[in-house]
Design a binder for this molecule. Structure first.
Ligand code: SF4
Length: 364
């Protein structure tokens, strides 16, 4: 089994914190880009015999594409890859780019799951994140998703933006829970160099997130989502039982995946490779009949082990205690960063905030 990721790099506006391969002002390339994705799917499909049990169309904002283009893409992927019945097919959406009509087309073209970028229900926080939608747009989009027949919806949230208080985050969590999504992702805002937010923080024009406040916000998310019946199954992800994102679990369990589109990454065995990032270069390469590969790396055994320890900690399955030196483990147990679960060591809520330190201690 494997996963298929399709990258759509277009966005309505650029959020200041974003370091994804996403662009504004390239709307004129949309239809050409979809044709290139179909061509790349053909070119790459020949070397991808595994069944594809999950498809994830992400971005960027895939729902900036016309409904017919998205439908053509989903249908073509099913034709070109071995997608079994029951496959999970997720499309990422921003609230301002969907309505019932578009979502019905997506459902009829095989999408089974919608992942919505809500981020916050506080207009001040949304403005601080430079998001274009307001809280009402999320409520409308959620209602439209249900009307269109989506029974599997994720809401993405971000905490720790400038101006956000613990009380505001609590309201956001309660509003998100009240909408009844099957899945919630909650990410701590990070400041990436090279983004507008990173530059503003470097110049002292914006305040970086307060790590203590973010730790409190994380604890609150654990508490409220847990009370509401969501299972915490990855550091930043909660789901109703059986509604975990199978596609992302595939990444975390090191299942092979193929990425299509500008900058998309692929992985199989020890090899990881990625496509060229700029959409124009991607288009040129694919239109010339080439695979648009921009680079590759091979993981050595040490790197693969480090990665496996990190991923096992992230999905809260933990690592076998026998993998680590007892003298490295004891201080982490004493400090309340790890706990024993059968024969495994699993991060505690506090430990989840210090995963990199845990990885170094356990894999060293
Ligand atoms: S909508 Fe998402 S991908 Fe697009 S700029 Fe904002 S954060 Fe980045």
């Amino acid at each position: 089994m494997s996963g298929l990721y399709v990258h759509v790099p277009f966005c309505l506006t650029r959020c200041g914190y974003c370091d994804f391969n996403a662009y504004t002002g390239l709307d004129h390339l949309r239809s050409r880009y979809v044709r290139a994705l179909l061509r790349e799917a053909e070119l790459a499909g020949a070397a991808w015999p595994e069944p594809v049990e999950t498809v994830f169309v992400g971005g960027g904002t895939p729902t900036t594409l016309a409904a017919e283009d998205l439908a053509a893409l989903l249908v073509a992927l099913r034709e070109r890859y071995r997608v079994p019945p029951g496959a999970e097919v997720t499309v990422e959406a921003n609230p301002d780019t969907v309505d019932v009509g578009k979502l019905v087309v997506l459902r009829e073209s095989g999408a089974t799951r919608l992942s919505m970028g809500a981020q916050s229900f506080d207009p001040t926080v949304l403005a601080s994140l430079e998001r274009v939608h307001g809280p009402d747009a999320v409520r409308r989009a959620m209602a439209a998703a249900r009307e269109a027949g989506f029974e599997d919806v994720n809401l993405d949230l971000i905490y720790g933006a400038e101006g956000e208080t613990l009380a505001s985050w609590q309201r956001t969590l309660r509003e998100a829970i009240a909408l009844g999504p099957e899945h919630v992702s909650a990410y701590a805002l990070t400041v990436e160099p090279g983004t507008p937010l990173g530059r503003a923080v470097a110049l002292g024009l914006r305040r970086p997130p307060d790590p203590d406040l973010q730790a409190d916000m994380f604890a609150l998310a654990c508490e409220l989502l847990g009370e509401a019946g969501y299972r915490h199954y990855e550091v930043s992800n909660w789901a109703r039982p059986g509604r975990e994102c199978r596609h992302n679990l595939g990444y975390w369990r090191r299942r092979p995946y193929l990425g299509l589109g500008a900058g998309a990454h692929s992985f199989r065995g020890e090899r990881r490779w990625w496509n060229v990032r700029p959409p124009e270069e991607y288009l040129r390469r694919v239109e010339a009949g080439e695979l648009p590969i921009g680079g590759e790396e091979r993981l050595g055994p040490e790197q693969a082990h480090l990665e496996e320890v990190l991923l096992r900690l992230r999905i809260l399955e933990g690592v076998p205690a026998s993998w680590a030196e007892p003298r490295a483990v004891e201080p982490l147990l004493d400090a309340g960063l790890l706990r024993e679960q059968g024969a495994s060591l699993v991060p505690t809520e506090r430990g989840m905030l210090l995963l990199n330190e845990l990885v170094l201690a356990l894999a060293g």
